[in-house]
Design a protein around this ligand. Structure first.
Ligand code: GTP
Length: 883
């Protein structure tokens, strides 16, 4: 394993997000420039919120550097290999403490003329300037949750492929994740200057492995057919673009195909072939293209390029068409990036064209437009109205909703504190507006608003819908929180229900299965370490900090070894927390085997100087896979969180003969949502540690009932008292059943796909099934240049008939042998899919490399927790207990 600091540095410097924003440039914003930029920035039709998705090393940083350079936002092209990208940490900047990690960066394409005249020479189109917000998507598998989180705020994506390696495992994974959110994509096949570059083969892999129709918009231009890579043939504009070899890419020549030299006759023919294929493919999905084709008297080449672009755009924006435009280049050689930027503007959607973002309002699913139009509130309205008689009056005029935004990333800046990156979905966040955080149920003011450019940040007065910007100075907002601004809301409880529950694009946090203890060096350091841990979890909610009740240790949990190593590096090296980290270990789970008897728990104790009193009725039971969530009335609540379910029922009188019906009155400090949230939090705290083992409970259903006449005691029943009652009630019930009936140890089993060459197949299969106790599910032929296939997510997509896919021939590369069916064992790849306990996969990459001569690769994702029995249980328990 590489030392943590090296891993961490490569993770940080690989993406472009570490931008050095000097305090000088920060303060000295030119009003003229800011105004011009802002004019473009606020025009929604001229905005693109995009991300770059790619396998590690495909060229994301290299391409981004060029994007910033050609757009005029940087003055030099940095080089990844000598560490001179704008993205790298420079020691002096570090020392000044002004280096920040950026989650989104804005620039203009084409450049705004007044910003710099000089960059005009780089233009390959007549487009007007657009504001591009480029959003970070990390590449490492341990950061899958981060990827999902940033994907949900993208309106479009550029997927970069390495033209030699083709479609790789991580690309596949992110591709299907992007498909889940219906994100329109374009593909850029990079590194075409490298030996073995196989553009045509990669196009075919896009069809076979990504299950998408490739619309080849450019073909690579290898000089004379077999020479060096010098440019691209543009099938849309029927022209060729040639870059000066060895230049910075600004010097380029646009040549109509009929003006190409005779030596390039084959290249000219290929561009025409690509145009015909493109028109054919588009016509299958787009009636208007068929009309244009007929108007052009069935001459594919006579259709105007604007009409081809318009048809492509319609297809890209229509998820049903399943078409992806393909572009070509070699970013490192400064070739291909300007037309790619043109394509971003021409083909990817503006925020208003992107799919309507989903949201959840008091447990009801909907979209932003259904909320704004008032439809959602009327749908939830019936229960709200019924509920109204039991609570304070509910009025939630949606027209008072001034802004609704998602905090998609929190980055800690040593000088300015937390920088919260937000994407606004409706309305507009104004400077000084009060934002209500619906996840934390707190309000805070936005003191400043900033737009981040490559080398400077600009103060702005408002962030309108569709835009991405930064709010510095928020004390609470975490990555993933929903922030709303509501006119006339209560400063403490925020807007009226159900708007105070609004959640934008909620995503489930995956299980944190690796953990490590954090030991402050001295008692005096405890507070600092705790503050640093709080910053870490604010930035990344897939990290969790818990206290082990028995040992009193602080534990940091994450999704993978690498995830925790990075967190450790941030904590110790960046935040200078004086703490030692324990060994990285695997977290198991505990599950109860039988239901507990219903039991009433009464809490009656002083809390924070005040008497707290509350009761509730509790039952805990094992949660089966077939369990269907109960039907609930307006007083009920049920949520599945982190492998367990909590169901709450606030009852009307159960025994009317005995007592008068409840009149619906609640003490002023309570409301139905407050009761739900307090009881749920109490139950979840109790589930966070097992009874027989030191791991959290899994597959457990906690059922809490509360009868306000019996269990609420006026002003003494505070939310804190309710929470304590629920926690202690759950704990008592868990203990009762675990002691009487025992409990089970559960371990996480992973879905693993390993890609190896035929020659190593036997050894790898044997290792998985005998040494690691895995179950082999299938052995597939993966094709010649491909890596592991992520079958689980691609099953829903239709298969593409490869014989119908247009791909230009490859003059070089291993694909020739494949085309001729002469793949040798050494390059023939096989995919092994298996289910293997996570514990057995720790450090697997190193082992796989040694079994396969360094060529094997694998991807894995959590499947589920399973009960451990027999000898394995004994062995694991011995390891866990240490005896
Ligand atoms: N020959 C060649 N090399 C390239 C090209 N683009 C990128 N590279 C090289 O590929 C390596 C990886 O490039 P990066 O830009 O760091 O790739 P990345 O996708 O950002 O990598 P991660 O951030 O680690 O995921 C570097 O050595 C680059 O110089 C290209 O067009 N041609």
């Amino acid at each position: 394993m590489r030392p943590v600091s090296v891993l961490a540095r490569s993770y940080r410097s690989a993406p472009f997000w570490n931008l050095s924003v000097t305090s000088r440039t920060f303060a000295s914003t030119s009003p003229k420039r800011a105004k011009t930029a802002n004019d473009v920035a606020t025009e929604i039709s001229k905005t693109r919120n995009i991300g770059i998705i790619a396998h590690i090393d495909a060229g994301k940083t290299t391409t981004t550097e060029r994007m910033l350079y050609y757009s005029g936002h940087t003055r030099r092209i940095g080089n990844v290999d000598d560490g001179s990208t704008v993205t790298d940490f420079l020691p002096t900047e570090r020392a000044r403490g002004v280096t920040i990690q950026s989650a989104a960066i804005s620039f203009h394409w084409p450049p705004i003329p007044s910003e710099t005249q000089e960059v005009q020479s780089t233009k390959t189109s007549d487009l007007v300037p657009h504001n591009i917000n480029l959003i970070d998507t990390p590449g490492h598998a341990d950061f899958t949750f981060e990827v999902l989180r940033s994907l949900r705020i993208l309106d479009g994506a550029v997927c970069i492929l390495d033209g030699v390696a083709g479609v790789e495992a991580q690309t596949e994974k992110v591709w299907y994740q992007a498909a889940k959110y219906n994100i329109p994509k374009i593909v850029y096949i990079n590194k075409l200057d490298r030996d073995g570059a196989a553009f045509g083969e990669t196009v075919k892999q896009i069809a076979s492995r990504l299950h998408t129709w490739p619309a080849v918009c450019q073909v690579p231009w290898w000089e004379g057919g077999k020479g060096q890579f010098i440019g691209v043939g543009d099938a849309i504009g029927l022209r060729a673009i040639r870059w000066a070899v060895g230049g910075d890419g600004k010097s380029l020549e646009v040549i109509p195909i009929d003006k190409l030299p005779h030596t390039e006759a084959a290249f000219e023919e290929e561009i025409k072939k690509a145009r015909r294929a493109l028109v054919e493919l588009l016509s299958e999905n787009d009636e208007l293209m068929v009309e244009k084709y007929l108007e052009a008297e069935e001459d594919h080449l006579a259709i105007r390029s604007e009409d081809v672009i318009a048809s492509l755009r319609r297809s890209v924006l229509n998820p049903q068409s399943n078409i992806v435009p393909i572009f070509a280049g070699a970013s490192f050689r400064n070739m291909g990036v300007q037309p790619l930027l043109d394509a971003v503007v021409q083909l990817l959607p503006s925020p208003s064209e992107a799919p309507d973002p989903e949201l959840n309002l008091g447990g009801v699913e909907g979209t932003i437009s259904s909320l704004i139009s008032g439809k959602m509130l009327s749908a939830t309205g019936s229960s709200q109205l019924k509920a109204a008689k039991f609570r304070k009056p509910i009025t939630a005029p949606v027209q008072n909703l001034e802004a609704c935004a998602l905090a998609f990333k929190v980055v800690h800046d040593s000088r300015r504190g937390a920088l919260v990156y937000v994407r606004v979905y409706s309305g507009s966040i104004r400077r000084q507006s009060v934002l209500f955080n619906t996840n934390l149920q707190v309000s805070e003011r936005a003191p400043q608003l900033l737009k981040m450019y490559a080398s400077e940040s600009v103060q702005i007065d408002a962030i309108p819908a569709g835009q991405v910007a930064v709010i510095p100075g928020l004390k609470h907002a975490r990555t993933g929180d929903t922030l709303i601004s509501y006119a006339g809301g209560n400063s403490r409880s925020g807007p009226p229900a159900p708007l105070n529950t609004l959640q934008l694009r909620p995503i489930e946090v995956p299980p944190a299965v690796f953990f490590s203890s954090v030991e402050p060096h001295s008692l005096g350091e405890e507070k600092n370490v705790r503050t640093s841990l709080d910053i870490l979890t604010r930035e990344d909610p897939s990290l969790q900090v818990t206290e082990d009740e028995e040992s009193g240790q602080t534990l940091l949990s994450g999704m993978g070894e690498f995830h925790l190593e990075i967190a450790t590096d941030r904590l110790v090296n960046d935040m200078k927390a004086k703490a030692s980290m324990g060994k990285i270990e695997i977290a198991y789970r505990e599950s109860i085997l039988q239901s507990s008897q219903p039991d009433i728990y009464a809490f009656d104790k002083e809390q924070g100087g005040k008497q707290g009193r509350a009761s509730c009725l509790v039952t805990v039971e094992p949660l089966s896979e077939e369990f269907a969530p109960p039907k609930l009335d307006e007083f009920g609540y049920s949520a599945y969180e982190d492998g367990n379910r909590v169901t709450i029922n606030i009852s009307s009188p159960a025994d009317p003969g005995d007592l008068e019906p409840w009149d619906g009155e609640l003490p002023s400090q309570l409301s139905i949502p407050f009761i739900h949230s307090a009881l749920k939090n109490g139950a979840l705290t109790a589930l966070s540690r097992g009874i027989n083992y030191p791991f959290q409970l899994h597959n457990t259903h906690v059922f809490l009932s509360l009868d306000p006449r019996k269990h609420i005691f006026g002003g003494e029943t505070t939310p804190a008292a309710l929470s304590s009652a629920a926690r202690l009630a759950t704990k008592t019930a868990l203990k009762a059943t675990a002691l009487e009936h025992g409990s089970a140890l559960m371990e996480l089993v992973m879905n693993v796909t390993v890609s190896v060459d035929e020659a190593s197949l036997g050894a790898v299969v044997n290792d998985i099934s005998s040494t690691r106790g895995g179950h082999i599910m299938s052995l597939d032929d993966a094709g010649v240049t491909s890596g592991p296939t992520v079958n689980a997510t691609s099953n829903d997509l239709p298969r593409i008939d490869i014989s119908k896919v247009y791909a230009p021939p490859d003059p070089f590369g291993p694909s020739q042998s494949q085309q001729q069916g002469i793949a040798s064992d050494s390059i023939r790849q096989r995919n092994i899919t298996a289910r293997v306990p996570l514990k057995e996969m720790v450090g697997y990459l190193k082992h796989l490399r040694s079994l396969t001569g360094g060529r094997g690769t694998f991807v894995m994702s959590p499947d589920k927790f399973e009960r451990v029995v027999g000898q394995r249980e004994k062995v694991l328990l011995k390891e866990i207990r240490g005896f």
